[in-house]
Design a protein around this ligand. Sequence first.
Ligand code: GTP
Length: 311
Amino acid sequence: MSPYRDNQKQKVLVVDDQPINLKILGQALAGDYQVLVASNAEQALQIAILQQPDLILLDIIMQGMDGYQTCRALKQDSRTVNIPVIFSTSMDSEADEVKGLEAGAADYITKPYNLALVKARVRNQMQLKKKTDLLEKLVSLDGLTEIPNRRNFEQHFEVEWRRAQRSGLPLSLCMIDIDSFKQYNDNYGHGAGDICLQRVAQTLASTAKRSGDLVARYGGEEFVVLLPDTELEEASVVSERLRQAIESQAIEHKYSSCAQVVTISAGLASCQVQIGMERSQLMEEADKFLYEAKQQGRNRVSSGIYSPDVA
Ligand SMILES: Nc1nc2c(ncn2[C@@H]2O[C@H](COP(=O)(O)OP(=O)(O)OP(=O)(O)O)[C@@H](O)[C@H]2O)c(=O)[nH]1
């Protein structure tokens, strides 16, 4: 998702193998947008992945991979699927237009360029993209804590699970629950409870922040932390750091059964993803360890390796 920031120009990637076309379109759009250029499909795909433009103006007839193939490749890659594409071409038959739209394009412009029309079509797509990005952001963040929500976590977990399966790298999952939170709510009030949840969420998110780590609100007073490429030993260090980070926030909780401040219990499970394993099994394992941490007195991390052979 390319997050929408008001103070930043949106990016358009112009793809054409004729330098003159790159120049004409580049000059027409440079005042309103940040313009990136590519002169072939391979370059375009690479820039699209790395720079995440908000829109791609794509020529159809190019040496090597043509525009249709490039568009299909963009639409098949989860990293670029949401970038709208406008085909830019001298082909102007209705059949070509249909083929372009079927390949996943959002709109069509024809050569020779009518620059006023080009700008208007680009503006329309850019406005739509802003709205889609905002909507995407709203549906993936938790309203109270502003960290990723459960839906966002499930999507990430699925992607990371598949990646771990392919790469053979370990994957760790930490389930976190605030201790005696019912007591907190009952004694300090629901409003204070909400503020506490916000502080816990922000502290967790700023503590587990290695690229690829994901901290999400799983629901209620439960959080989940996904640690890709992380084996048990390393993940235990991170989980313990999370526990300490919350404790050292020193949020008063006189009614807790285990401390004078707000604390968390965590259940950590790590695995090497194998064929036939379900990601829900790792969740269940982490949940079991969380239960164990609660049983053993709270304000602690309980952990283990999940392997179907030993489960
Ligand atoms: N303020 C507030 N409270 C919430 C929210 N979501 C869940 N809760 C509260 O979280 C509390 C969870 O309580 P329990 O599941 O009994 O667990 P606990 O008191 O933390 O006990 P242990 O987990 O065993 O330490 C309940 O009182 C819920 O009402 C929320 O969005 N805001």
